[in-house]
Design a protein around this ligand. Sequence first.
Ligand SMILES: *C/C=C(C)/C=C/C=C(C)/C=C/C1=C(C)CCCC1(C)C
Length: 238
Amino acid sequence: MEHLKIASDNYVAFTFFIGTMAMMAASVFFFFELNNTSKKWRTSVLVSGLITFIAAVHYYYMRGYNLSTGDSPTFFRYVDWILTVPLMCVEFYIITKKAGAKISLLWKLIFASLIMLVTGYFGETIDRDNSVLWGVLSGAAYFYIAYLVWFGEVAKLAQTAGAQVAKATRILAWFVLVGWAIYPLGYILGTPGGLFGITLVDDAAAAAHAMDIVYNIADAINKIGFGLVIYALSRSED
Ligand SMILES: *C/C=C(C)/C=C/C=C(C)/C=C/C1=C(C)CCCC1(C)C
């Protein structure tokens, strides 16, 4: 095996390494804490651990892929998201289930998240010429999810699920509104014509680097931070 050196200003490789380590550490933490988690919250904390664990495995591959090719690991990236974002929808469903969440709510969230990611993937890979159109479609699905957790079924159920669940759901809703909004920013930076025909970063390689760094930062916030909110909820009274 060839030894690949990472230049000190290679922030892409750096964030892939740090992301891998952070996802691994978070997974160990969530899994080990299951022992000290009350039965009521065990599934939620387990799902938090699954999210960071799936990400850790993908980050391990993305890190290696990026290091040896210098390219964006777009395929692994989207496989990771297609598995982990629906699991975040599962978290919303589990914590509002005791207040009466129906399985149809879970399917709505999962369906919207799949639309959001599949259209994003088309815009980044197969049909880059229409990246604006795919980005807008993806954005519509994203706003629908944000609507559900801020004002729709998730928000309403959380209100009747006790003070702690209501509080945690509100924090998670902020993650969806602000934390998830970082992704379209990465998409716009990395895609030619990403902002309604305007290319923000001219040089294609620099654009791809900016996109990867933005995505890596967003993943750390949204996977580990999201999981910690669930963890904190599991330590609260009710
Ligand atoms: C752990 C991974 C997460 C939480 C990934 C979330 C991804 C998004 C919210 C992506 C959204 C996108 C848009 C809203 C428009 C442009 C295309 C995407 C897929 C980057």
